[in-house]
Ligand binder design. Structure first.
Ligand SMILES: CCCCCCCC/C=C\CCCCCCCC(=O)SCCNC(=O)CCNC(=O)[C@H](O)C(C)(C)COP(=O)(O)OP(=O)(O)OC[C@H]1O[C@@H](n2cnc3c(N)ncnc32)[C@H](O)[C@@H]1OP(=O)(O)O
Length: 174
């Protein structure tokens, strides 16, 4: 399957899930070893995503030395992983568990080590199992976007999708 991000003209109806965190409250970890959010993930990003208003979320990530690509700046793959985490958590605001189908990133400015990245994301549409999500990142001034991303996530049944991989051993601490 190969595709590009193209928002449908008409979205399926969406509503905020009644059990979604209140604005300003964090989403729960996917699980403790999740590379994006897990507390026990070795070399993990430790990104926390917070619910915003409507279908929006926010997140922050400290850009640490181990994330370096070019000298003094973040590696593009690390930034992409961070976007994957932020964008992939955002559909939980409509109560939809998803996996990444398609993810595109625009790297607009170098992002220095030692800075804090601030993310703003939003579910923009849903079409059958496809959830369209967009995000931007800045370093403190929301008018200075340093990177942006768009993605199509696909709704899954968690047990059906992960059941054969997620035995108790694979989710235990390393
Ligand atoms: C018991 C254990 C429980 C543990 C629970 C722990 C809590 C965890 C909670 C939450 C976890 C989420 C963590 C989010 C944060 C990080 C996100 C990631 O990094 S996820 C990893 C990377 N992504 C993958 O590994 C996907 C690999 N791909 C697949 O598995 C399949 O290809 C999948 C599920 C994406 C689609 O396969 P199909 O067979 O189910 O569905 P089809 O029929 O092919 O497609 C359905 C619709 O989606 C479109 N679609 C499919 N693939 C697409 C793609 N790549 N791009 C765009 N559209 C795509 C299709 O065109 C179709 O759309 P039309 O309704 O016909 O319009």
């Amino acid at each position: 399957m190969s595709t590009s991000f193209s928002i449908p003209d008409v979205s399926d109806p969406m509503s905020r899930h009644p059990k979604a965190p209140a604005p300003g409250e964090p989403f729960r970890l996917h699980h403790n070893l999740c590379h994006g959010c897990g507390d026990d993930a070795p070399g993990g990003l430790h990104v926390t995503v917070y619910a915003g208003e409507g279908f929006a979320t926010t997140a922050e990530m400290t850009v640490e030395k181990w994330m370096m690509g070019g000298p003094g700046v973040i590696h593009g793959g690390v930034l992409t992983a961070a976007f994957d985490e932020v964008l992939g958590t955002t559909p939980l605001i409509i109560g939809t568990p998803v996996v990444t189908g398609h993810l595109q990133v625009d790297f607009r400015k170098p992002i220095p080590i030692g800075t804090t990245l601030h993310f703003n994301a939003e579910v923009v549409a849903k079409e059958r199992r496809k959830v369209f999500v967009r995000a931007t990142a800045h370093l403190g001034d929301p008018t200075e976007i340093v990177a942006s991303a768009s993605a199509i996530f696909i709704e899954i049944d968690l047990k059906e999708h992960f059941g054969k991989y997620a035995d108790s051993a694979s989710l235990s601490r390393p």
